[in-house]
Design a protein around this ligand. Structure first.
Ligand code: NAD
Length: 339
């Protein structure tokens, strides 16, 4: 276990069980150099404890990098609750998790993530103040979309020489909470939209409301366009899919878009500019972190401009050093986290 933690450069790992509610939870604090660790809580059925530990380690590290590049005084952490096959009282389980968080004295702040809702966060909030994205705080997705929109402009400027999106062809994979809000902003800015989603109703809505052109799911990645915006699941950029891309740049909301780190070099070799996912999709994190600190919506919106500034800085270094933007972003994050 210690070797695993050292490899991940993890600060601490915390476990809790509560037989009364069925809680089995793990909290990973990756790096708190810049502030208390903040990161979502997943509630998923894991095959075994090792898979849950692997997941929480990987995700906690990602949060440190994301918070550092977003200019937040926040460290990176993550929690997983192993979802039992049957749970008697979900509210009681999340309350028990709230008591667990409270024992860490503010070193970890939790938030909504896969499998959890703002109602679960409300249960946690009954026992600790170290929780964000409660029902009172609202959905961070619109802020993620605003950040991605600003990031697309920065990407267009760097790759195509202008941040005017009028007439730009943007292909969006996934029209969920973030993807649809992004599509609305792009439409308002005059972009031409090509869209796909596993849910046909979401595609239809974009066709009717935004004049988007529907594309079959399996064809979207290879569609000719200026910017490809992956806003569905992670892992969409593999050696195979990158060889099929016909876009100038990739800039979207999905987490962990690169199937592996070296795929960023494939994109670079093909002349496709890649906006590192954890930089461009940091709007939601900025929202929950600053909201938790009591900042106003005006201050939060102003902080979102960090995203395009940071991307422009990364693209500049990448061009000068002939390196992929993903590798430049990692290097900047590591400098901020480890000095
Ligand atoms: P969501 O679940 O609301 O929407 C995802 C959409 O993508 C769904 O409509 C789904 O049907 C579609 N989809 C999934 N796989 C697809 C495929 N192969 N082809 C076409 N469509 C597909 O999720 P969301 O909250 O909009 O988040 C989207 C992505 O952005 C996720 O990767 C998420 O981790 C990431 N992200 C979200 C936030 C946020 O604030 N919600 C913040 C940072 C990152």
């Amino acid at each position: 276990m210690f070797a695993l933690m050292e490899t991940a450069r993890l600060e601490s790992l915390h476990f809790a069980v509560d037989p009364l509610t069925g809680l089995q939870a793990i909290i990973a604090i990756h790096n708190s150099r810049l502030g208390p660790a903040l990161g979502g809580c997943r509630y998923l059925p894991y095959a075994d404890t090792r898979s849950a530990i692997d997941d929480v380690l990987r995700l906690a590290k990602g949060m440190s990098y994301k918070a550092a590049l977003a200019g937040l005084q926040q460290g990176g952490g993550k929690a997983v609750i192993i979802r039992p096959a049957h749970v008697e009282n979900r509210g009681a389980l999340f309350e028990a998790f709230g008591r667990f968080i409270e024992t860490l004295n503010g070193h970890y702040i939790t938030a909504m993530d896969s499998g959890t809702s703002s109602v679960d966060m409300d249960c946690i909030a009954q026992h600790t103040q170290h929780v964000t994205s409660t029902t009172a705080e609202g959905d961070p997705s619109p802020h993620t979309a605003m950040g991605v929109f600003a990031g697309i402009r920065a990407t267009a400027l760097a790759r195509l020489g202008s941040d005017n999106l009028e007439g730009l062809r943007v292909a969006i994979q996934g029209l969920g909470n973030v993807g649809y809000a992004l599509a609305e902003q792009l439409h308002a800015a005059g972009a031409e939209l090509l869209v796909s989603d596993l849910d046909h109703n979401r595609v239809q809505r974009a066709v009717v409301q935004l004049g988007a052109r529907p594309v079959a799911n399996e064809a979207l990645l290879a569609i000719p366009c200026d910017i490809l915006a992956p806003c569905g699941l992670g892992g969409v950029l593999s050696a195979t899919t990158v060889s099929q891309l016909r876009c100038s740049a990739v800039a979207g909301a999905a987490n962990n878009q690169l199937a592996s780190a070296d795929i960023s070099d494939n994109l670079q070799a093909r002349g496709i500019l890649y906006a590192p996912d954890y930089v461009i999709n940091a709007g939601g994190l900025i929202y929950v972190a600053l909201k938790h600190r009591g900042k106003s919506l005006v201050a939060i919106t102003a902080h979102l401009t960090q995203i395009s500034r940071r991307l422009t800085e990364i693209f500049g270094h990448a061009q000068a050093d002939k390196r992929s933007p993903a590798r430049v972003a990692d290097a900047i994050a590591e400098r901020l986290l480890y000095g």
